[in-house]
Design a protein. Structure first.
Length: 470
């Protein structure tokens, strides 16, 4: 408890600094340990991102809950996704919050149900078994107040209800003032204990015999625009060196062995695509096998007319705005329309956007959102990928970010690029707005992950043994 108290003090004095809070809740049922909930709350340029993953073992069965929540500056939910893996199958929940409504989609991989719920813009999210959501909630509860009331949503149940709490006791533990609140979460009894520094250290659902206790808490001082220390991208000097770039772009084939721990994030792993094959083990804690990558050329002469006559059909997530990829921003859409105005077909429109980002966004080792990048005109490869995707989505072209390895003669680097969807007959075509690869990408691109979120491991934690490069 003394170590925890020191960490909480650090958290108090760092309250106005961009940072990251991470830790672990230990879970108990009938007094016996049943699992853990790991969480990480990151400060973004606009709002926060919460990653909360729970592992629960009951009656010999293990269930995993992996969630990602984007929050505004007041800790109200903006977007939420949850994957539940149980012995009986997988459940997926997605929610988007806007204009006083919560649009929730839930179900398995084959069948999804949708529901629109009335939900105030000042509400909070508190889903089942996602204990990490108590960290942002704790930021808004006044520990000295006599009572607390809020509207909360439980996406797994597709329900909106009231959280009502009453201050019933105060105590001092290791020189820390702790307040105990008791009340109701919907129809269920609910208890929590919170420190004077707004950290919830204890949660109890009496009727479910479920208790969560804060075990570990760490505070990191991170500027959301700075690249993380473990992140190793291409340098400005390398991009400016024509000999180095020629070597990178000319490679047609790469073979080797790839080994890493995906940290239970298999849903994001992207090892098999056109011109990239992987033969080996793909397990939650170990990926190990033979990799073969070829230069992917996709000079497309027939790709559909432009403007689009009808929407391109693919997974809806690749057409929607998301935090960091603000495809619904008016300035982004206006710029995209201006860029593609001369285009005669879909491929030309995509090429024009890719080329515009390469020419107009100066490469720099700094991370920006798509909206920021359009304004300040600088950013790293991931920033360029974000803006490219946002521009494409804003005009109806589905697109997604690919994160992985750019292999150079000096070793592997962390890198991001883009795939655009050209329709069911052509599917996904890669493009790299950082390296100016428009109709092809070299075999030095090794795809590892899909999506904008930071990967669980970077290149420095991936073993890549190259056997052949030509």
């Amino acid at each position: 408890m003394k170590k925890l108290g020191l960490l909480l003090f650090i958290m108090l004095i760092m309250g106005n600094i961009f940072g990251q809070t991470e830790g672990v809740y230990e879970l108990f049922s009938d007094g016996k340990p049943i699992g853990t909930c790991e969480f990480r709350l990151e400060k973004l340029p606009e709002g926060f991102k919460l990653i909360s993953n729970s592992t629960i073992n009951l009656a010999g069965a293990t269930s995993k809950y992996e969630s990602e929540t984007f929050l505004d500056e007041g800790y109200h939910p903006v977007m939420y996704s949850l994957e539940i893996v149980m012995p009986g199958g997988k459940q997926l929940i997605f929610a988007k919050f806007e204009s006083g409504k919560a649009n929730v989609t839930a179900g398995d991989e084959l069948h999804q149900a949708e529901q629109s719920l009335v939900f105030p813009t000042n509400g909070y999210i508190l889903d089942q078994h996602i204990m990490g959501q108590l960290i942002p909630l704790g930021k808004v509860i006044n520990p000295t107040a006599g009572q607390y009331k809020a509207t909360v949503i439980v996406p797994q149940l597709m329900q909106v209800g009231d959280l009502t709490l009453k201050n019933v006791a105060e105590k001092v533990v290791d020189s820390k003032n702790i307040t105990r609140f008791e009340g109701k979460l919907g129809i269920y009894d609910f208890i929590l204990e919170i420190t004077s520094e707004n950290v919830i250290t204890y949660i109890e659902y009496p009727q479910q015999n479920l208790v969560a206790k804060l075990g570990v808490l760490n505070i990191l001082d991170i500027d959301p625009h700075e690249l993380l220390e473990d992140y190793n991208p291409i340098t400005v000097e390398m991009l400016a060196d024509k000999k180095i770039m020629k070597k990178i772009l000319s490679i047609k084939e790469l073979k080797g062995k790839l080994t890493f721990d995906p940290m239970n994030n298999l849903q994001r792993v992207y090892l098999k695509r056109l011109e990239q094959s992987f033969d080996g083990k793909i397990n939650p804690s170990n990926i190990d096998g033979e990799l073969k990558v070829g230069k992917q050329s996709h000079m497309i002469t027939v790709s559909g007319s432009w403007p689009l006559r009808e929407p391109l059909q693919c997974s809806p997530e690749y057409s929607k705005p998301e935090p960091g990829i603000e495809s619904d921003d008016p300035d982004i859409k206006a710029r995209a329309m201006e860029i593609v105005e001369p285009a005669k077909n879909l491929a030309n429109a995509t090429r024009a956007i890719n080329l515009w980002v390469n020419n107009n966004i100066q490469y720099a080792p700094i991370r920006n959102t798509a909206k920021e990048a359009l304004r300040v005109e600088t950013g790293d490869s991931h920033t360029k990928a974000r803006l490219t995707v946002a521009l494409l989505r804003s005009i109806g072209i589905p697109a997604r970010i690919v994160r992985g390895i750019l292999y150079t003669d000096d070793g592997p680097l962390d890198h991001s690029w883009v795939e655009a969807f050209y329709g069911s007959s052509i599917a996904w075509a890669p493009l790299d707005p950082t390296l100016k690869e428009i109709d092809k990408i070299s075999a030095r691109h090794i795809s590892i992950w899909l999506g904008d979120a930071e990967p669980p491991v970077y290149v420095n934690e991936i073993t890549l043994e190259i056997e052949k490069v030509k």
